[in-house]
Design a protein around this ligand. Structure first.
Ligand code: 1CP
Length: 367
């Protein structure tokens, strides 16, 4: 894609393609593993790098993003890296102010209140030029990774981004965002369409810049039942996959595997498995065996140890990992947590999790 000038680099040769092979449904010698929020506050070196730096200034520094992305890989033999950034850079690029309040989370001083507030949003076509700093971070990180493991790019799915833009931050009920769905379905579709139009070139741009897989985070799927999810989330999730794939082909870029992680979206598992993504990420509330029965062998599953299991002893973590691997089975599977790591988690226990996946998955294949 010429639009951002990337895509012509010669990147170092990939040495560990286990994650990509599993994502494409190919056989692997062991189960690949990475962790959501693997770059995070639980690492002392992360806190040091992030110290005294505003969150979104960090996101705008390709060097800082590269460093934060690489930190967990220096400690643990993870099978993939995920670029350090945030899903909220997209609402920012659409013209909304977002600040990260330390200890509280994201805050939008002027959230969308009325339908006419949609007019404040920039043309989604402008998003790619606003987010050049993410593409630069990806290119730099891909170079610095030196082919050790693949680099994952990501974005928030349209419904999840809409919740933040209307609620103005985190919310336990999503009542304001859901009020839009019930009272202003047309305006809601307009907003979700605008977000989709922004996400498609953004994700294609990430691949052009060097991302080797893409994950779409529908973190607030659980606030929609199957009815609302089917109307306001799923069509856009499908559209993103379809249009990104078509766009990559049109730009002459090789296809990359795409992962959909719809947290608490268990009610839509079958639909998600057929929504155009190679991998379906599961949160920790889903029983692995049942998930496999429901989606069949057509997709790779990713997940889903309860992140809080990392508070258990290393021995217990090993037992839980073994159980998880036995239930998912050896192939078409990528190990991960069922959501992100928390800041008070012990890095040693993250290492124990990663090692247990590698060790037990090799044993499983010998039997
Ligand atoms: O100062 C800090 O370090 C704040 C903590 C933090 C971090 C480490 C935030 C604020 N964002 C991030 C990075 C981040 N965000 C990554 C980096 C790569 C990695 O995983 O290692 C990723 C993939 C995200 C994605 C993200 N941001 C999601 C989707 C995943 C999920 O957690 O469900 C969401 C919902 C956000 C919004 C966001 N950004 C930050 C916070 C605390 C939140 C959540 C707010 C909420 O609870 O609603």
């Amino acid at each position: 894609m010429e639009a951002n000038g990337f895509g012509l680099q010669n990147f170092p040769e990939l040495k560990n393609d286990t994650f990509l092979r599993a994502a494409w449904g190919e056989e692997t010698d062991y189960t690949p593993v990475w962790c959501m929020r693997q770059a995070g506050r639980y690492l002392p070196e992360f806190r040091e790098t992030r110290a005294a730096q505003d969150f979104f200034s960090t996101c705008r520094s390709p060097e800082a993003c590269c460093e934060l992305t690489l930190q967990p890989l220096r400690r643990f033999p993870l099978d993939a890296a995920i670029i350090f950034s945030d899903i909220l850079v997209v609402p920012q690029a659409l013209g909304m102010e977002v600040i990260m309040v330390p200890g509280k989370g994201p805050s939008f001083p002027e959230p969308l209140r009325e339908e006419r507030d949609l007019e404040r949003l920039r043309d989604p076509a402008a998003v790619v030029s606003e987010l050049g700093y993410v593409f630069q971070a990806i290119t730099l990180t891909r170079q610095q990774l030196a082919g050790r493991v693949p680099l994952i790019g990501f974005a928030g799915a349209p419904w999840t981004l809409m919740t933040y833009m209307i609620e103005g931050g985190s919310s336990s009920t999503m009542a304001q965002a859901k009020r839009w769905l019930y009272q202003r379905p047309q305006a809601s579709h307009k907003l979700l369409g605008t977000l989709t139009d922004a996400l498609v070139p953004y994700l294609i741009g990430q691949v052009a810049a060097g991302a080797q897989a893409l994950q779409l985070f529908e973190s607030h799927a659980g606030h929609l039942g199957s009815e609302l999810f089917g109307k306001f989330a799923l069509p856009y999730i499908r559209d993103v996959a379809k249009r990104v794939k078509a766009g990559l082909q049109k730009a002459g870029l090789a296809p990359v595997p795409m992962i959909i992680f719809a947290k608490d979206g268990h009610f839509a598992l079958e639909e998600l498995a057929q929504s155009g993504y190679e991998v379906v990420g599961l949160d920790w509330t889903v029983a692995p065996k049942k998930a496999r029965e429901r989606v069949g062998k057509m997709v790779t599953l990713q997940g889903n140890l309860d992140p809080c299991a990392l508070y258990a002893s290393e021995e217990e973590i090993g037992r839980l990992v073994q159980q998880m691997l036995d239930e998912f089975g050896p192939q078409r599977y990528i190990a991960n947590l069922g959501h992100g790591l928390y800041p008070d988690m012990d890095p040693e226990h993250v290492g124990a999790f990663v090692d247990a996946v590698h060790k037990h998955s090799r044993l499983l294949r010998q039997n």
